[in-house]
Design a protein around this ligand. Structure first.
Ligand SMILES: NC(=O)c1ccc[n+]([C@@H]2O[C@H](COP(=O)([O-])OP(=O)(O)OC[C@H]3O[C@@H](n4cnc5c(N)ncnc54)[C@H](OP(=O)(O)O)[C@@H]3O)[C@@H](O)[C@H]2O)c1
Length: 279
């Protein structure tokens, strides 16, 4: 865990960067292209998008411009997208993958995820992801918003175990049980809304810890994720925050501070509950 290019090894031996850029709620356009480009120029190697974000064209453009400017290879980047609920099914998921690739202007993804565990639909979609993986068309496959029982159900019939489970997690939703289950099964946890969508950045307890290390609250939270073995993908379109969020590799939280942050858990979600979502 040395720098922005540090990786963790997934259960299929693929290396995935510990920190990446999220682009949820960023519309197509120059701001998006600039954010992706700024991040890569600054040393980010991982970008997280999804079909439903309707911004894969701009993400692809930002990637191409960054490659042109820096000369880094496509293989050095780690690009994630997700199949949306309405496309869950065998043929429809494969078609959705093709469409994401075409919008991004890429010939493969590093990681493709099932976005939400829609009952009765995710197993067929998983078969499609397994096919894509076995054909060598995607480097790693995984799920998102899966609770323990969803993972157990999926794995009953799966040929290939998910490499990733991307779930909401932050100091108010530490996901202790889910993290334990994933660790036991060698499924890497990745946090979305790692900063609780900006809602924790005036928290007093976190401010006290931040003062101690001479860091910003966002950096303390991101470091806590990393030290907890969790991949994080904070979203920002502001260049100074893209830089700030990556400046988390030059300090270490004490065990006590990690535990203090763990204790802020309230099982509080900012996003939908995977057991009761209706979309
Ligand atoms: N799988 C899923 O279902 C799912 C769901 C939601 C999100 N995601 C993924 O996870 C990524 C991250 O989650 P998120 O975007 O929901 O929330 P987040 O990363 O926790 O928070 C983003 C918010 O925090 C602000 N921010 C970022 N860095 C900051 C800093 N250093 N100081 C102050 N404010 C800061 C951003 O504003 P500015 O842009 O103005 O800086 C934005 O409003 C998404 O972008 C997406 O890729 C996945």
């Amino acid at each position: 865990m040395k720098n922005l290019q540090s990786t963790t090894t997934l259960n299929n031996n693929v290396e995935m960067p510990l920190l990446g850029l999220g682009v949820f709620q960023v519309e197509e356009g120059q701001e998006l292209i600039d954010a992706v480009k700024t991040a890569i120029l600054h040393g980010y190697r991982s970008i997280d998008t999804a079909a439903i974000y309707a911004n894969e064209v701009g993400v692809g453009q930002g990637i191409r411009e960054a490659i042109e400017t820096t000369g880094i290879a496509r293989e050095d980047l780690f690009i994630t997208s997700k199949v949306w609920n309405s496309d869950l099914g065998y043929e429809s998921t494969i078609a959705a993958y093709e469409e994401s690739l075409s919008k991004l202007g890429l010939d493969y993804l590093d990681l493709y995820l099932i976005h939400w565990p829609v009952a009765g639909k995710y197993k067929e979609a998983w078969r499609a992801l397994e096919t894509l993986y076995k054909e060598g068309r995607v480097k790693a496959i995984g799920v998102s918003n899966f609770q323990t029982h969803h993972l157990e159900d999926l794995m009953k019939d799966a040929e290939i175990k998910p490499m990733i489970n991307q779930v909401e997690s932050h100091p108010r939703l530490t996901q202790k049980e889910l993290k334990r289950f994933c660790k036991e099964h060698n499924i890497q946890v990745e946090a979305w809304a790692p900063l609780m969508q900006g809602q924790l950045l005036d928290n007093e307890a976190l401010q006290e810890i931040a003062n101690k290390y001479g860091k910003f609250i966002a950096q303390i939270i991101l470091r806590w994720h990393l030290q907890s073995g969790v991949i994080t993908i904070p979203k920002s379109t502001k260049a100074h925050r893209i830089v700030e969020n990556a400046d988390v590799f030059d300090f270490e939280l004490t065990k006590e501070d990690v535990e203090h942050i763990d204790s802020l858990n309230e099982n509080h979600r900012v996003g939908p509950d995977p057991d009761s979502f209706d979309f």
